[in-house]
Ligand binder design. Structure first.
Ligand code: G3P
Ligand code: CA
Length: 266
């Protein structure tokens, strides 16, 4: 049985804006999520981690250097310090010639701000780094905002996912990397049926050695198990088409406009 967040989305291919569509505008910002929502993407993907004072904010890297005018680790900054930074500062579409989003008031958002602003929008929330109590905090935030049925939670950390599933069993999760490898390996030798998944989706990197070989079989297994297969990070239309033809259910992309155009939805 599909969890609400995926069931509600129906059976069409899902266009998932990676960090809000980082090829088009500054990643992991309200600005990006707003624009991606305007395009009518199916889901917004975002990364969460904590500030020094324990606030959950939406940021990909451990440091603020790559995306903002600040430097250093987010974990060393208070929320106020992190939010004083310009999160549009570094974005450029022309290799650094111009920076159209500098000084526009684009900030690092808290997860709460994102949930408040987009109550209806389905979200892929990635726990970027496990932290004591973070899973409970994420669950509490989703609950407070009435969005347990609006999130699909993922992480590269199996331990964090296990903890999250314990504290937030109603919320959908994706498989961690070890679970994906296990499923692929068992599937490869015809024993995929032995797995009882604790997850609802597979988020699979497009080029990942062994996975490339197993993908077609994996799609079939996933289909049988009702698992939503989402591929990342797919930015070119030929690759998007190929993966959709193979049966991928979702495309996590920096360029949601390209995916929507391919699907005749723009
Ligand atoms: O869904 C997985 C994908 O979001 C991981 O990529 O950009 O967080 O490193 P990234
Ligand atoms: Ca991510």
């Amino acid at each position: 049985e599909h969890p609400r967040v995926l069931a509600d989305l129906g059976n069409h291919p899902l266009v998932i804006a990676h960090r809000g569509g980082r090829g088009l505008w500054p990643e992991n910002t309200l600005f990006a999520f707003e624009r991606a929502s305007d395009l009518k993407v199916d889901m917004l993907e975002m990364d969460v981690r904590r500030t020094r004072d324990g606030e959950l904010v939406v940021l990909h890297d451990a440091e603020v250097d790559r995306t903002t005018n600040g430097s250093g680790k987010l974990a060393d900054l208070s929320l106020a310090e992190a939010q004083a930074l310009d999160a549009g500062y570094r974005w450029s579409a022309d290799g650094g010639e111009s920076h159209p989003y500098r000084g526009q008031g684009i900030r690092i958002p808290t997860l709460a701000e994102v949930l408040e602003r987009f109550p209806e929008k389905p979200k892929v929330v990635e726990i970027k780094v496990p932290d004591i109590g973070l899973e409970e905090q994420l669950c509490d935030l989703l609950t407070e905002h009435g969005q347990r049925d609006k999130a699909l939670v993922g992480s590269f950390y199996e331990r964090s996912l296990k903890r999250f599933r314990e504290v937030c069993p109603e919320v959908a999760t994706s498989a961690g990397p070890t679970s994906v490898r296990l499923l692929v390996a068992l599937d490869w030798i015809g024993l995929g049926r032995l797995i009882t998944p604790s997850y609802h989706a597979l988020q699979i990197p497009e080029h990942s050695g062994g996975l490339d070989v197993a993908t077609a079989g994996l799609m079939e297994t996933a289909q049988q198990r009702g698992l939503n297969v989402q591929m990342w990070t797919i930015n070119e239309q030929p690759a998007m088409q190929r993966l959709l033809d193979m049966g991928a259910h979702g495309l996590i992309t920096d360029y949601p406009d390209r995916a929507l155009q391919l699907l005749g939805r723009s």
